[in-house]
Design a binder for this molecule. Structure first.
Ligand code: MG
Length: 471
């Protein structure tokens, strides 16, 4: 009997997932409109593991695997054999073929925390893990002006002496602490998770996107966040930096001209003045860059529902590319009310954590674009899982990344593999030496960044530049 190509490819993907993709508990399978958790799932026809694995609770996998008929099991066995024999259907086969069992048994042996002094508002905190094979992996844990994060030690103890490849086991050990609602703990957890992935990629000698199923694009569109670089908070100040970012090649910009907005209990006069200043800044940016540049506005949750809608209507002539977080994204129902009342595309979610944090925004269609941050959302694997639930609900992903070059490289590796990727953030104009802090140097051209073909996240820190700017 001839096997249809679709069934064959899905079986191969399922077989690869058995070999490679880890399973985790995620109770959202049912919520996303998929079959009941205790229902049999036909791995040959559901789209493959990569599509469904974020939604399947572990016990269901056992039941599902047990339910595969002997004929299909034989078929999958044959597929696995073909892969292990070196059939070049999926690059992962080649990855494992080249990697010895001892490579994959490497353990974590050390951690360095490296803080960089960027501006009066910003430090970058990098985590560098060392493995027993001498490979090092980078993660980023930047949080405003902090120069140290003692919580990193707590999470390092959970990987010290453990296999770098057992990222799910780290997640299991650390998840209750990481998901407690404390942003510092979430950030510390996430940065170590990133560094583990970097070690895995560098040990296997493959770019990280390869471990997420392969890349869908060679370059990634990037937008310039000009907000922190704009110290002159007037229409002229925003217009000037918008012009300069466009001169640097960026075709999309973001600013937060409502920063400093008074509490909503302030006088009507005070609120009106702040609102008018913010609106004037947005119009000035549009006048400065013309109609062909995308302008995104982040309202940093200063408004309530009514004010959010009023401001959005005032900004309608500017034709915003998106309107971000006029209220806190944890307010799902308020965000949805605003979304349904305004014409602008809405984005948000930069400090939400985990699939559970993002699921309400996605499932209620409260935003069009979610903004997980690999530094805060639970790391790279969690960002992938979050992106999958977004995809299932027709929501795009634009990782939040007003960060240093390590977070940018990790985010880029993830974005390369996301089917519902929109655009990546770049913190523009903070320091001229930024690009030289890593090797090879960070390079943005024509408003995009090239996906690295180097192992892991594709960069290492430059020791001299790092030394010059240590916090
Ligand atoms: Mg934001």
């Amino acid at each position: 009997m001839e096997i249809p190509e679709r069934v064959f490819l899905e079986a191969i993907q399922s077989a690869m997932a058995v070999v490679f993709v880890p399973f985790q508990d995620a109770p959202t399978f049912q919520k996303a409109g998929h079959p009941q958790a205790n229902e049999r799932i036909d791995l040959n026809c559901c789209g493959g593991f990569k599509i469904i694995y974020p939604f399947i609770p572990g016990p269901t996998i056992s039941r599902t695997m047990a339910s595969i008929s002997s004929t299909r099991r034989h078929f999958l066995t044959q597929c696995c054999s073909a892969l292990l024999a070196g059939v070049a259907i999926n690059p992962l086969a080649a990855v494992f073929a080249q990697t010895s069992r001892s490579d994959r048994a490497i353990t974590i042996t050390g951690m360095e925390v490296l803080a960089v002094d960027v501006t009066e508002r910003t430090n970058w905190i990098f985590v560098r893990l060392t493995a027993s094979n001498g490979v090092t992996g980078l993660g980023e844990a930047s949080l405003g002006r902090r120069s140290e994060l003692n919580e990193l030690n707590e999470f390092f103890r959970m990987v010290d002496g453990e296999s770098a490849f057992d990222i799910n086991q780290y997640r299991s050990r650390a998840w209750s602490r990481a998901s407690s609602g404390n942003r510092v703990l979430a950030t510390a957890f996430s940065s170590i998770e990133q560094a583990l992935w970097d070690i895995v990629g560098k040990t296997l000698q493959v770019p990280l996107y390869q471990l997420f199923g392969g890349k869908l694009r060679d370059t990634l569109p990037v937008y310039a966040n000009i907000n922190r670089a704009t110290s002159n908070r007037t229409p002229a100040g925003f217009a000037e930096n918008a012009r300069l970012a466009v001169a640097d090649g960026f075709r999309a910009l973001k600013a937060a001209p409502f920063d400093g907005f008074p509490a909503l209990t302030a006088s009507a006069h005070e609120i009106d003045a702040a609102r008018q200043l913010g609106v004037d800044c947005v119009f000035a940016m549009r006048d400065a860059v013309g109609d062909d540049v995308a302008i995104k506005i982040d309202a940093h949750s200063f408004f309530d529902v009514d004010l959010s809608i009023e401001v959005a209507r005032e900004l309608q002539p500017v034709n915003l590319s998106w309107y971000e977080e006029p209220v806190a994204p944890s307010q799902t129902e308020n965000t949805r009310l605003i979304h349904d009342a305004v014409t602008q595309t809405m984005a948000g979610g930069e400090f939400l954590f985990g699939v559970d944090g993002f699921a309400p925004l996605c499932q209620n269609h409260a935003v069009d674009i979610i903004m997980p941050d690999v530094k805060h959302c639970g790391g790279l694997l969690e960002a992938l899982r979050i992106s999958t639930i977004a995809e299932a609900n027709g929501v795009l992903v634009s990782p939040h990344n007003p960060s240093g070059p390590v977070s940018t490289a990790a985010s880029a590796a993830l974005c390369a593999a996301l089917p519902n990727f929109d655009i990546l953030e770049f913190q523009w104009g903070e320091q001229v030496w930024r690009g030289t802090l890593v090797n090879p140097r960070e390079l943005f051209e024509d408003g995009s960044i090239t996906v690295s073909e180097l192992p892991g996240i594709g960069i290492n820190l430059d020791a001299e530049v790092l030394m010059d700017h240590r916090a």
